[in-house]
Design a protein around this ligand. Structure first.
Ligand SMILES: Cc1cc2nc3c(=O)[nH]c(=O)nc-3n(C[C@H](O)[C@H](O)[C@H](O)COP(=O)(O)O)c2cc1C
Length: 157
């Protein structure tokens, strides 16, 4: 049983969540940043977990492209999906809209893992947009129990 976590991130919170998830797996897992390895070979994995963060309502283009190009193969695997997103109250709707319907419905687990907003990591425009939303200091709300719940589901496979 081999697991792979593929992720995209802009400021690192999705990577942090991906590493926390990997720590909870019983089986061996590879972890791949799609910015570094653009089209990894997923043929050797039984389970693929896709994680991405939300900017302007969407996951990163790199992740969308990867899914589009590998959809047939992804649909043959155990799939789990997660997002990081600042708007907690809209998180389930955002999660639902973040991935193509076929993949979302095929996935055995799909979760919202919380968010981080670290002002020092943002550029001037991002910082201004964040402050305009009322966030005036850095925040971290990673949902550790939800990460554990997904790991538990995958460990049962
Ligand atoms: C410029 C900007 C735009 C964002 N847009 C959204 C959004 O549309 N919806 C949302 O729920 N969160 C939004 N967020 C919050 C991010 O999704 C959140 O900070 C996430 O943890 C970032 O993950 P990353 O560090 O892996 O890139 C935005 C954050 C920034 C800085």
């Amino acid at each position: 049983m081999k697991n792979c976590i593929l992720f995209t991130t802009k400021h690192g919170s999705t990577e942090k969540a991906a590493l926390l998830l990997k720590e909870k797996f019983k089986a061996e897992a590879d972890i791949i940043n799609l910015k570094e390895i653009k089209n990894p070979d997923i043929s050797k994995y039984d389970t693929v977990i896709l994680g991405a963060s939300i900017y302007m309502g969407k996951i990163q283009k790199r992740m969308r492209k990867f899914i589009e190009e590998n959809m047939n193969e992804l649909l043959k695997k155990n799939i789990a999906l997660f997002i990081m997103a600042g708007q907690k109250e809209k998180a389930q709707e955002t999660l639902r809209n973040a991935f193509p319907t076929a993949l979302f419905e095929h996935a055995l687990a799909k979760e919202y893992f919380g968010y981080e907003m670290i002002l020092e990591k943002m550029n001037f425009i991002e910082k201004a947009a964040t402050k305009a939303q009322g966030v005036i200091e850095s925040r971290s709300e990673i949902l550790y129990e939800t990460i554990e719940k997904m790991a538990h589901r995958i460990n049962k496979l």
